[in-house]
Design a binder for this molecule. Structure first.
Ligand code: SAH
Length: 225
């Protein structure tokens, strides 16, 4: 299926590697410095995660619609959040909340030894599964569920990355963070004002929060759909 998609977009099969390299160069220019992260974004074929009508725009640094009123995250934001998770430490087991089309999950699977990703919209999760199949990422597990509850069965996590904005830090996610663990999430103080929040669980178990960049994410919603 991914092959058919590539073939149906004039030129993208041949040029995607080059356009991806240009996208990586732009990420570098915008301040992303972690070579591991840049290599992962350079390796994942983002055009295979969007509708064929949008594939020619897949390597622009913007969010794009993926159906169900959701969007594929902007490459810069994906890179920035993962860079913050990895800064100064090794990758461990990671939980992603909000699989969407599966793009960021694929990037994570290039960087973390064990990746779990949870999505509340079943039909979207199935689409992600189809998008991800040709990439054969053996270290990635997808789950249909409500990210507000985290993923108890695979906890604790060394890293948690949330792709939708919650009004407050989901308590279960904080609980499922291992000592020394780190979570990055967009927090929505109001519908208009969202900020990235970095949360670290110290070795002693307390949580330390740092507020970072202003961002714009779709809202995190409760319950399965
Ligand atoms: N990571 C995706 C971005 C998807 S947009 C990518 O790489 O493109 C955010 C996603 O979060 C949407 O698919 C939305 O359905 C999902 N979402 C929102 N609230 C959620 C919740 N409580 N649990 C799990 N997923 C949720």
């Amino acid at each position: 299926m991914a092959r058919a998609l590539t073939a149906s977009v004039p030129g993208i099969g041949m040029t995607s590697e080059r356009t991806r390299a240009r996208m990586v160069a732009r990420l570098r220019a915008k301040g992303i410095t972690d070579e591991r992260v840049l290599a992962a974004l350079g390796a994942v074929p983002r055009h295979q995660f969007v509708d064929s009508a949008l594939a020619s725009r897949a390597y622009e640094d913007t969010a794009l619609p993926i159906g169900f009123a959701q969007t594929i995250s902007q490459p810069y934001v994906v890179a920035r959040m993962i860079e913050l998770l990895l800064a100064g430490r090794d990758a461990g087991r990671v939980l992603e909340v909000g699989t969407g089309c599966g793009y960021q999950a694929a990037v994570l699977a290039h960087l973390f030894p064990e990746v779990y990703s949870i999505e509340r919209i079943k039909a979207l999760l199935e689409r992600a599964r189809r998008n991800l199949l040709p990439l054969r990422l053996a270290n990635l597990r997808l789950a249909h569920g409500d990210g507000y509850a985290g993923l108890e069965a695979a906890a604790p996590f060394h890293s948690v990355i949330v792709a939708a904005a919650a009004p407050r830090v989901p308590e279960a996610l904080a609980r499922q963070l291992a000592p020394g663990g780190r979570m990055i999430l967009p927090l929505a103080a109001s519908a208009a004002a969202q900020r990235l929040l970095l949360i670290e669980r110290t070795g002693r178990g307390s949580l330390v929060q740092t507020e970072l960049d202003a961002v714009h994410f779709v809202p995190m919603e409760a319950g399965k759909a």
